[in-house]
Design a binder for this molecule. Structure first.
Ligand code: C2E
Ligand code: MG
Ligand code: MG
Ligand code: MG
Length: 282
């Protein structure tokens, strides 16, 4: 009967939802053990100067290898870690390990670390960054934190103080995923930021979608006029690279240049670049 079908439908969705909730809470419980279990590691993706292709630095990207499910992408577990509050402790781990790796690189090579809005709301964050830099003997000017626009849109007084303290320390502050939030143009007037990163979604549309060309060209123009450095993320084709270089983007990052790599591959990558062996010309 219709009534029975209705009940079954209801039960079906109800079970699906219960499954989803259970999977999520199981993942959450596993995530709580991941740090102590040594299940995290970092990979590094290079940033290069657009005109010379010289490496300027690396972005640290967090990886979680779940003991049963294998690799779980950060887009899935970072939001969970934020909800649980675990992102603060995980963030300290990321900073400490990334700085330990960066300490072994040439001093001209920078390090970018992604930072969650919850970390910026932690009143101890700037002090923890200072201590980590001292512990590893890394100059503050080599470090940049990447913050998403959306994070800043909802930010409170502690975040403002954290950003002021980081800036005073000499740490760079990068606006990540630029163009995807709500407050792009007002943020450009905020002198605490050292650089903006044009989101991959705009880079994807270059040469394909005239709106993307216009938006990126406009963003690069505003950035240049206001003294912002620019990075484009997610460059996958030689045509995108050439377009960005010709339109005055300072720096690039993407699978075309290199995929994120294990820490032990960084030295070889830098050596190969320095010898010009893999110099790419668009
Ligand atoms: P994001 O900071 O915007 O990082 C760029 C993402 O784009 C990375 O994904 C990177 O692997 C990917 N990517 C770079 N070039 C290309 C390309 O040419 N093609 C494609 N298809 N993808 C490219 P990933 O590593 O999965 O990280 C996703 C997001 O997770 C990051 O976005 C960042 O917001 C967050 N995340 C990663 N590591 C951390 C961390 O240590 N802490 C925090 N709070 N967030 C992190
Ligand atoms: Mg980033
Ligand atoms: Mg980004
Ligand atoms: Mg992005």
């Amino acid at each position: 009967s219709a009534k029975a079908a209705g009940r079954n439908t209801y039960r079906f969705f109800s079970d699906e939802m219960a499954d989803a909730v259970q999977r999520r809470s199981a993942l959450r419980a596993d995530l709580a053990q991941a740090l102590a279990g040594g299940q995290f590691h970092l990979v590094y993706q290079p940033l290069v100067q657009m005109d010379t292709q010289a490496v300027t630095g690396f972005e640290a990207l967090l990886r979680w290898t779940h003991p049963v499910h294998g690799a779980i992408p950060p887009d899935r577990f970072v939001p969970l870690a934020e909800e649980m509050g675990a992102i603060v402790e995980i963030g300290h781990w990321v900073l400490d390990h990334a700085l330990a790796d960066a300490a072994t690189w040439p001093p001209s090579i920078g390090l970018s670390v992604n930072v969650s809005p919850i970390q910026l709301e932690d009143p101890g964050f700037a002090a923890a960054v200072t201590l980590a830099l001292l512990r590893h003997g890394v100059r503050p000017s080599r470090l940049a934190v990447e913050v998403t626009e959306t994070a800043l849109f909802e930010s409170g007084g502690t975040t403002r103080r954290t950003l002021d303290d980081l800036k005073a320390l000499g740490v760079g502050i990068v606006l990540d995923d630029f163009g995807t939030g709500y407050s792009s143009l007002s943020l450009i007037r905020d002198r605490r930021f050292s650089k903006l990163k044009i989101d991959k979604s705009f880079v994807d549309g270059l040469g394909v979608d005239p709106d993307c060309n216009a938006i990126v060209r406009g963003t690069l123009g505003v950035a240049r006029a206001t003294g912002f450095r620019t990075t484009a993320e997610g460059i996958e084709t030689a045509a995108q690279l050439a377009w960005l270089r010709d339109n005055g983007c300072d720096e690039g990052q993407g699978f075309l240049i290199a995929r994120p790599m294990r820490p032990d591959a960084v030295a070889d990558f830098l050596a190969a670049r320095a010898s010009g062996a893999v110099l790419r010309r668009a």
